[in-house]
Design a protein around this ligand. Structure first.
Ligand code: PHE
Length: 333
């Protein structure tokens, strides 16, 4: 019994699992003393054996139990030590997940689509490669108009096919009217192309948003109301606009719309009342204004430069930044 107490003390003093294992082997290993005593029991005389066997069994069990206990404690201690090495600061700010986002022009286009949808406009699209008919003729742009010049338009080869990269979104007006009857209101956002030198406010490609509303008795007053609503919703405040007389072959009268900014009036869009020749080109009967416009159709059309609006809204001073693909720029939106 004295032996048991001593061995147990030894076990409890083991500092780590390795040391404990060494102690265990000292008693239970092949050459361990308890193993040896158990093995030699059989060589003892009957009487001796009966005396020693039960004590030896108790010793064996108790020591085994003591090793098990100490082993458990040591394992728990070591796990604790490992954990405290892996220190976690629960108050540290989280790591940001880096994700991409839509291009600022796409975001603006979606917002603009939303504003016009809420005003009852349907969103339609047209092709970026157009024919001369849709881009020019049907829009009442005569053969000698400077817009048809080599330097304004990208003509595709072979030139005999008269295919081009659309210079504006106005051809979508024609495509829509050819297949639909009034009354309707549509917008057509999309990319357009101009063969010209680029600078801070011009690029060879940019985005436009065409608008067209056709009904009986549509007037410039309706246009002003719609466009006022649009600017208010987009810039989230009351904005001052003005109509300035201008010329586009497919409208009459035609005007440009300026918006008041800190640095003066800024040109934002072209617009006007749809020219009777355009209605005739798609087979509509234009209103005869001399007869009060009661029969036949009339409407307004407008073309907004989306890049210009984005530049105003996000305070960007060079249109080429939109197309440069520089993430340092794009990351700011
Ligand atoms: N298509 C014209 C442009 O590109 C803009 C415009 C559209 C003007 C509709 C009047 C009516 O400049």
């Amino acid at each position: 019994m004295e032996d048991i107490a001593k061995i147990k003390q030894e076990i409890d003093r083991a500092e780590n699992l390795e040391e404990l294992d060494r102690i265990r082997r000292k008693y239970f290993g092949k050459k361990g003393s308890i193993s040896f005593a158990l093995r030699t029991l059989g060589t003892l005389k009957e009487e001796e054996r009966r005396k020693q066997a039960p004590a030896l069994q108790i010793l064996k069990r108790e020591i085994e139990e003591a090793v098990k206990q100490r082993s458990k404690n040591l394992a728990a201690k070591e796990a604790d030590a490992n954990l405290s090495g892996e220190w976690v600061d629960v108050s540290a700010p989280g790591r940001k997940v880096r994700s991409g986002h839509l291009h600022p022009l796409t975001r603006l286009q979606e917002k603009v689509n939303g504003v016009f949808s809420s005003l009852g406009f349907e969103v339609v699209e047209g092709p970026e490669i157009e024919t001369e008919w849709y881009n020019f003729d049907a829009l009442n742009i005569p053969k000698d108009h400077p817009a048809r010049d080599m330097w304004d338009t990208f003509w595709l080869k072979p030139e005999s096919e008269k295919l081009l990269l659309r210079t504006h979104t106005s051809p979508v007006q024609i495509r829509y009217m050819e297949t639909h009857q009034p009354p309707f209101r549509i917008i057509a956002p999309g990319r357009v192309f101009r063969h010209e030198a680029s600078d801070a406010s011009h690029d060879i490609q940019f985005y436009q948003l065409e608008g067209l509303m056709v009904d009986k008795d549509i007037s410039v007053a309706n246009f002003k109301a719609v466009i006022n609503e649009f600017f208010k919703a987009l810039f989230e405040k009351d904005v001052k606009i003005r109509l300035r007389p201008s010329y586009f072959p497919f409208v009459e009268p035609g005007f440009e719309i300026d918006m008041k900014s800190a640095s003066g009036w800024l040109e934002m869009m072209g617009a006007g009342m749809v020219h009777p020749n355009v209605f005739q080109a798609v087979g509509y009967n234009p209103a005869n204004l001399a007869l009060s416009g009661a029969e036949g159709w009339q409407g307004f059309a407008f073309g907004i430069g989306l890049d210009r609006i984005a530049m105003m809204k996000y305070k960007i001073d060079d249109i080429r930044l939109f197309y440069g693909g520089d993430v340092r720029f794009l990351k700011q939106f």
